[in-house]
Design a protein around this ligand. Structure first.
Ligand SMILES: [Zn+2]
Ligand SMILES: [Zn+2]
Length: 295
């Protein structure tokens, strides 16, 4: 079992710094978590089903497949119209626009587990998990520098600026859908039930799945590669995040569309990429060269 090595001691732990707190982000994340507390009081099976569906759509397809493997690392190519469509789905995860997300993640790879890494557990586990994104970057970095390719794309700039619009539209559709299901079809549910489960619970689960990649997959697990960082492969993070938990593999072979590289490292997102390849929506799928495979 890999554990943080002694160099972790060299880093000063970071906690809440009121001068740097990004209040709109904190309020948004706080509201979603508050919604989770109320959700059990308004449980309905249809709301749970919709939440699971949107967890897969926004977590696996939006964040993992689109923001991470397609936009950040260009692990495969896809038609432009489909790239915009996938980006719109990613916007529904309430994790910010594509330029911000991709830029910050590229900074993570450029500075993996060194002092300038936006989220390394060497600055503390809670910092790497959630606190980092509730703070403005101390040195004013916002990731845009690292995402210049996306900045040159007018469609991406538009989606980045108005990333909150699809979320709001979906929010109203979900509420209306719940009300409709209750009144027109007589289902035992309500708009509030659908809202609390398919928006609040689903968003919070995707938040923590993404955040565990940054915290737990740099803390516990095993390593196939002796990379310079402290990234690890961790099965339960891979399960929660649709394959992202094979994070040591990813740090070693960053452009690979497959993150699970051994037969038991299941990678559900890679299966979707293969399917997109079969139907002509993904090409030039990048895979590790034979000498890059785990020994
Ligand atoms: Zn990455
Ligand atoms: Zn990492």
């Amino acid at each position: 079992m890999h554990k943080l090595n002694d160099t972790a001691e060299k880093f000063q732990h970071r906690g809440i710094n009121l001068k740097q707190v990004d209040w709109p982000v904190v309020l948004g994340i706080g509201a979603m978590h508050l919604g989770c507390l109320a959700a059990p009081l308004y449980f309905s099976w249809s709301a749970l089903g919709l939440a699971v569906l949107l967890y897969w759509l926004t977590g696996a397809i939006g964040i993992t497949l689109c923001y991470h493997r397609l936009l950040t690392h260009r692990s495969f190519k896809t038609p432009k119209w489909f790239e915009y469509f996938l980006t719109m789905i990613a916007c529904l995860a309430w994790q910010g626009g594509p330029i911000q997300w991709v830029g910050v993640h590229r900074l993570h790879h450029q500075h993996a587990d060194d002092e300038l890494d936006p989220h390394t557990p060497k600055h503390g586990f809670t910092w790497a998990h959630a606190l980092w994104c509730m703070h403005k970057q101390a040195d004013g970095r916002n990731g845009h520098e690292a995402a210049k390719d996306l900045l040159r794309d007018p469609g991406m700039r538009l989606l980045n600026k108005f990333f909150w619009v699809p979320q709001i539209v979906l929010l109203f559709l979900i509420y209306a859908g719940g009300q409709w299901a209750a009144s027109a079809w007589g289902w035992e549910t309500s708009g509030l039930s659908w809202l609390l489960w398919a928006v609040c619970v689903r968003t919070v689960v995707v938040y923590h799945a993404t955040w565990f990649v940054n915290s737990a997959s740099h803390t516990w697990g095993y390593r196939n590669y002796e990379t310079d960082d402290i990234s690890t492969n961790l099965w339960w993070v891979a399960l929660l995040s649709f394959g992202e938990g094979w994070h040591n593999n990813h740090h070693a072979v960053q452009r690979s569309a497959a993150h699970g590289l051994r037969w038991y490292e299941f990678d559900m997102t890679y299966w979707v990429i293969r399917f997109l390849g079969l139907v002509g929506l993904a090409r030039d799928i990048v895979l590790p060269k034979p000498h890059e495979m785990p020994k």
